[in-house]
Design a protein around this ligand. Sequence first.
Ligand SMILES: [Fe+2]
Ligand SMILES: [Fe+2]
Length: 135
Amino acid sequence: MPLLSWNDDHAVGVPAMDDEHKRLYQAINELYAAVLEGEERGVTAHLLRQVVHCTRQHFSSEEGILAASHYPELPEHSVQHQQLLAQVEELLGRHEQDGLTLTSKSLSFLRYWFNAHIHEDDQLYGAWLDAHEVA
Ligand SMILES: [Fe+2]
Ligand SMILES: [Fe+2]
């Protein structure tokens, strides 16, 4: 069973952002599957780097859209992004440099974070963009 599963309830109503969210879920699920299968460290480190890359890229493009549309909650939203990215980068550092072995438990925060962030924060901007006709 994947760590994250996509359904339409996750949609924020901005097709480019929904596509990036799906890609992010896919990258996280690929990592999760490799961890469950006991893949070697080189494989899991590569997949975790992909998650960091997708996360960084997505946050940057999302913040670009929100800045261009003068979204009033952007500063708070960016803080959420920075905190989430810092946690994922910290996990990568601990895995690559400190020898931490990834487990399903060490990845579970990703499910909590991404689901909560998309439902509580990203869907707010979706509604705002829609109401202000800038989506
Ligand atoms: Fe976001
Ligand atoms: Fe997002």
